[in-house]
Design a protein around this ligand. Structure first.
Ligand code: UN1
Length: 493
């Protein structure tokens, strides 16, 4: 069996305790991917020491030079795209066309972050006083702890890690325990790109080790993508330990469909938004809100297409939908479906595990549509993270927007309409960080701000230029060349 290691200070090392954990493929439980170090406090201390030491030099490397290395990392991600795609599919399940897309997002992020190193603009402003210059510019923050989920094992970490390093920070990265191999390849790529020892470190392990990172006084910032429960806990610890903290948490993303929409296109949109990545995206379409005039017809057309989606091992060419991540997730998804039916939801298709033929080897769940969901019901409100779509009826456009907003999350959203007034009102009034007009809730682009409102986030935006607001802070400088003491607020008034 392949044995994997941590990457600390440019060295590949086992956990100090010698302990390991195994990871298996969700598409085939007999396929053991390897043994990974189960890191603990000593490993965290070592990585923090390495990242702190490296920070002293890395912050002084000119930003465009740091950008050159990030650009090379983008080239290597590109070169290894197919191979890395297969590694990711094997460990987390989504089909290779999706995992290659995931790597593509990292490539785009690398090139974007590299170019931003020549554009980390500061500002100058007039002084209140003569012969004085006021300016303000960005500086890196220090050591960043990055903790991410398994569903985008390369793209989501790249959104944080690459801009963090480009801006002059150093990083300790804890990949999810369900996607550790992708984390190892991430380190191999940055190593080959010439990122110096200690600037980027990878620690493999479980949630308890992530907690050690969040608690560690030698870490200045935590960047997290994952569940709302864990995110809120991280936020509390970062408040107590005074760390900057950027949280990307759950979603309950709606697609609203109005009668004026191109219905075939709206169906294609919801099929991809709800069942792509087996519904395991924080941006997944988990609620479909249909205007009453087209409600029955739309559900019929949609369920016919959804029941034909091909489930299978993501490594097979013809697979459209992969497994869910593990048995525990499958049980939780199934439990949500049972609750929905008990609360009065109408099961249209799916609602059970898929175990025909080879599917029995893994954790597969049939694409599921449950109609007549009202806003009081559990599956209207709670994130399921699986291939389950809750369908609700809207009496009017205004009611559709009200339903869209009647949850505690606000990441992504979508409306299908050909009415210009409805689309403008939706852009303004849907409570979400992202609104798509006539396209599904998934598919954010690397150079645009990404993040959510309400229970989804804590006010930060990754992606695009805004990610540098997370990974830098402002230094203000006053240069007085008057040759005498000028007292602000006193001599000039
Ligand atoms: C996530 O699910 O955590 O917009 C990120 C999208 C992808 C990213 C999803 N580009 O769906």
């Amino acid at each position: 069996m392949e044995i994997f290691k941590n990457y600390i200070n440019g060295q590949w090392v086992p956990a100090k305790s010698g302990q390991t954990f195994k990871n298996i493929s969700p598409a085939n439980h007999d396929d053991i991917i390897g043994e990974f170090p189960l890191s603990g406090q000593e490993d965290v201390n070592e990585a923090v020491k390495s990242a702190r030491t490296a920070f002293r030099k890395w912050r002084l490397v000119p930003a465009p030079k740091r950008g050159d290395m990030i650009r090379i990392a983008g080239d290597i991600f590109n070169r290894r795209k197919k191979e890395l795609g297969r590694i990711m599919t094997r460990e987390m399940g989504k089909p290779t066309f999706e995992t290659e897309g995931d790597v593509q997002e990292a490539i785009d992020t690398a090139y974007y972050a590299a170019s931003e190193t020549r554009r980390l603009f500061g500002k100058t402003a007039p002084s209140e006083m003569p012969n004085k210059l006021n300016l303000s510019f960005r500086l890196p923050i220090g050591v960043c702890g990055i903790i991410t989920a398994w569903n985008f094992p390369v793209a989501v970490p790249s959104w944080k890690i690459l801009p963090a390093i480009a801006a002059g920070n150093t990083v300790i990265y804890k990949p999810s325990k369900e996607a550790p191999h992708s984390g190892v390849v991430f380190a191999e790529i940055l190593e080959e790109a010439g990122i110096p020892p200690g600037v980027f470190n990878v620690l493999l392990g479980k949630g308890s080790m992530g907690n050690m990172l969040v608690e560690h006084p030698g870490i200045d910032l935590i960047g997290f993508t994952g569940s709302t429960d864990i995110g809120f806990k991280i936020g509390e610890i970062c408040g107590r330990t005074n760390k900057k903290c950027s949280l990307e948490m759950g979603g309950k993303n709606p697609q609203v469909v109005m009668p004026s929409a191109d219905l075939d296109m709206a169906i294609e949109g919801v099929l991809w938004g709800a069942f792509g990545t087996t519904g395991q995206r924080c941006t997944a379409t988990s609620r479909l809100i249909i205007h009453k005039d087209i409600y029955d017809n739309f559900i019929n057309m949609l369920s016919e297409k959804a029941s034909k989606l091909k489930l299978g091992d993501g490594l097979k060419e013809d697979t459209q939908i992969g497994p869910v991540i593990h048995e525990e997730a499958l049980k939780s998804i199934d439990n949500y479906v049972k609750i929905a039916i008990k609360e009065g939801g109408r099961l249209v298709i799916g609602g059970e595990r898929a175990n025909e033929g080879d599917l029995a080897k893994g954790s597969f769940y049939k694409p599921t549509i449950i109609a007549d969901i009202t806003k009081e019901m559990t599956i209207f409100r709670e994130e399921i993270f699986g291939p389950v779509l809750a369908v609700s009826k809207a009496d009017s456009f205004e009611h559709g927007i009200e339903l869209a907003n009647s949850v505690n999350f606000g990441l992504s959203s979508s409306i299908y309409t050909n009415d210009v007034i409805e689309s403008c009102i939706a852009m303004r009034d849907i409570e979400a960080g992202i609104t798509y007009i006539n396209s599904p809730t998934i598919g954010a682009e690397a150079h645009m701000p990404f993040g959510g409102v309400k229970g989804t986030g804590n006010g930060h935006r990754e992606g695009g230029w805004t990610v540098f607001d997370i990974f830098t802070e402002w230094k203000t400088v006053y240069i007085d060349y008057s040759g005498k003491l000028q007292r602000a607020q006193i001599d000039n008034y």
